[in-house]
Design a protein around this ligand. Structure first.
Ligand code: KG4
Ligand code: ZN
Length: 393
């Protein structure tokens, strides 16, 4: 089954083609355009700017995602008699060729929430229009569930690997070993959720964050330290050279015995120390403090606190529910230090651990198509409506 995925929940505009076969989903393309550079200047995503950019990117991104499917004969066929070059020459691809190729897909998957309303609408309306015009089944996908399904993506065949977008994915061998029940930790800029997956489509939310998500905590603390937005990856880099003993920040709710998270207290604790250290707002950027030991030590202590809480609660869930697999996902799963800790813990507990490669941790459409393949519930296009507040039901 060939699926077209569309994802526009926050600041990324993404389209992907995947091929679902039995219990694997093969990446054929995964194109992501981001307006992050624009938001970095303001220290956060400005919803209206994100949506306006997505309107500009949506069709070019869609066109590029479809290219690996364009057959040689189709790309050289020209309805108006002008000879065509090969698909790689994307500027020369005929619109009719793209439409003809889209006719060969089996279904369309789109993120319908949670996210920013203006952003979601761009993807949802594009998907609804395509479903209507092409008469294809349309599968609405929860963005957070999509993150989890990045773990099922595999890159096989040259079309995925050779794509301009430098695709990579878990190896087939690794993918084949995912077994239920699984514990899934989704850590992104907007959510920190722990789920028990009994099977595809059968999941229970064990707990989530009461306030800030883990990624949000990194971003807000990054702002206190004068680091660029989003700060997660920068904090990870700085933390590598930070002194683990200089600061010790609280591990919120670490002993609560349940699966609820809270990270706003961590931010407050960092703020207190930052004020004591005399760092004001963006001064570190301006004065070159970014490379100072002080900032590296703050980064280290912040990352240690977040990782301690995430890993402790997740392993408690693994133990409680006798999980056969542990799945990490979401933008924060790009953090190698977090993955390394989970790797060590999961081998201690004897539970296979999975995390998508870095480029599939952050928002992308392939994960949305993967979720749709395993949870295939098409809905009439008229009934697919963007829901910014969508949560796990
Ligand atoms: O999943 P995602 O791309 O977007 C949302 O759905 O929110 O996650 C973005 C979040 C940001 O908060 C960013 O700071 C964080 O993921 N992030 C990281 C790393 N890379 C991205 N956090 C920690 N370490 C990283 N290497
Ligand atoms: Zn996300």
């Amino acid at each position: 089954m060939i699926l077209l995925g569309i994802e526009t929940s926050c600041d990324e505009t993404s389209a992907a083609i995947v091929e679902g076969k039995d219990d694997q989903v093969i990446l054929r393309s995964n194109i992501v355009a981001s307006s992050l550079a624009l938001h970095a200047k303001t220290g956060g995503v400005i919803p209206e700017i994100a949506a306006r950019e997505q309107l500009k990117y949506m069709l070019p991104v869609l066109q590029e995602a479809v290219l690996p499917l364009v057959s040689k004969s189709e790309s050289t066929k020209d309805p108006i008699g002008v000879s065509r070059r090969q698909p790689a020459d994307r500027n020369d691809i005929n619109k009719q060729t793209i439409i003809n190729t889209l006719k060969h897909i089996d279904a369309i998957a789109v993120t319908y929430g949670p996210g920013l309303i203006g952003s979601l609408l761009v993807g949802v309306e594009t998907a609804r229009t395509l479903a209507y015009v092409l008469n294809k089944p349309l599968v609405p996908v929860n963005h957070m569930l999509g993150h989890i399904y990045a773990n099922w993506l595999v890159a096989r065949g040259t079309s995925a690997v050779e794509s301009s977008n430098k695709l990579c994915a878990t190896s087939y061998e690794q993918h084949a070993a995912i077994q239920f029940p699984a514990i899934a930790l989704v850590v992104s800029g907007g959510h920190t959720d722990l789920l028990l997956l009994k099977n595809h489509g059968k999941y229970t939310l064990l707990g989530g964050t009461r306030d800030d998500a883990a990624g949000e905590a990194f971003d807000k603390i990054g702002r206190l330290l004068g680091l660029p937005y989003p700060a997660g990856a920068v904090i990870e880099k700085l933390a590598k050279e930070g002194d683990p003993k200089r600061f010790h920040f609280p591990r919120p709710l670490i002993g609560s015995g349940d699966f609820t998270f809270s990270f706003s207290g961590l931010k407050t604790a960092v703020l207190r120390e930052v004020t004591r250290a005399g760092i004001k707002g963006n001064t570190s950027k301006e004065t070159g403090l970014k490379d100072s030991h002080l900032i590296k030590d703050f980064a280290r202590a912040t990352q240690d606190a977040v990782i301690d809480v995430l890993t402790k609660k997740t392993m408690q869930a693994v133990e409680k529910y006798n999980a056969k697999s542990l799945l990490l996902s979401g933008g924060v799963a790009a953090n190698q230090t977090l993955k390394d800790r989970f790797n060590v813990l999961s081998s201690q507990y004897g539970v296979p651990f999975f995390a998508p490669p870095r480029n599939l941790c952050t928002d992308n459409a392939a994960m949305i198509a993967s979720a749709a393949y395993f949870n295939y519930h098409p809905v009439a296009w008229q009934e697919v409506v963007a829901d910014p507040e969508l949560y796990f039901d």
